[in-house]
Design a protein around this ligand. Structure first.
Ligand code: DC
Length: 223
């Protein structure tokens, strides 16, 4: 079997994929791509352009017009540019949070973004985080990790993250939103959220980000 240079990190919302993936990529000197940001950016552009978010046709047309670029800014992580516009600061907006799961259900949206994800990984070794990286985008990825934690623990993490960003939210609202998104992502027809059969499943509850990265490194080095 021909393996790819991609390390896939999948898991539900706020399971730590991005924080863990970013540090893992630094340690391995790989690039990092958070594919959730691509679905969020598509949602943000649809909201901004007044696209009908319930129309599969309009969303599929829009996504084909979007050119995404990820640039690394020293000291400021990665920035996502869509058609030249830096949309990074909008990706956690309440409206984006509300609509991103319905938008990412649309086959035309998924096809376009998956094509882009595969193109980006052709050029360099990459740690890629998402929902379907190990199952659909790179089923032959060399390493597949699936991160888990209870909904309550994940809601607590997301609540603290949003609070730090200055978004006024309640813990109960965050938990409800997270459960709603998990349900939609798991029950959708294309690329539903689930571990690949050959994924290494890690329960992150009670572990710090660094400890999770250490466990993944041990898994990779032990192979
Ligand atoms: O990881 P996140 O919470 O930023 O992802 C936002 C949404 O994007 C998530 O609810 C489902 C969708 N998504 C997806 O369908 N496939 C991916 N590979 C990544 C994210």
């Amino acid at each position: 079997m021909r393996l790819t240079g991609v390390i896939a990190i999948d898991g539900p919302a706020a399971s730590g994929k991005t924080a863990v993936g970013r540090i893992l990529a630094q340690r391995l000197r790989h690039k990092f791509l958070d594919t959730g940001s691509m679905y969020r950016a598509t949602t943000w552009m649809a909201l901004k352009k007044g696209v009908d978010l319930t129309s599969e046709e309009e969303l599929s047309r829009l996504v084909r017009e979007l050119k995404m670029e990820i640039i690394s800014v020293p000291g400021d992580g990665e920035r996502l540019l869509v058609n030249g516009e830096d949309v990074t600061g909008r990706l956690r907006d309440t409206q984006v949070e509300k609509w991103v799961s319905p938008v990412s259900k649309v086959l035309g949206v998924r096809r376009a973004l998956i094509k882009e994800q595969r193109r980006l990984a052709r050029r360099e070794k990459m740690v890629m985080a998402g929902r379907d990286i190990g199952t659909v985008v790179f089923p032959k990825a060399q390493f597949k990790i699936f991160l888990m934690a209870s909904p309550e623990e994940r809601a607590r993490r997301r609540y603290l993250e949003l609070e730090n960003l200055g978004h006024p939210v309640s813990y109960a609202a965050v938990l409800e939103e997270l459960n709603r998104r998990d349900r939609m992502d798991t029950e959708r027809r294309y690329s539903p959220l689930k571990p690949a059969t050959d994924a290494h499943v890690l329960d992150t509850e009670g572990f710090t980000i660094e400890e999770v990265v250490d466990r993944i490194m041990a898994f990779i080095e032990g192979r």
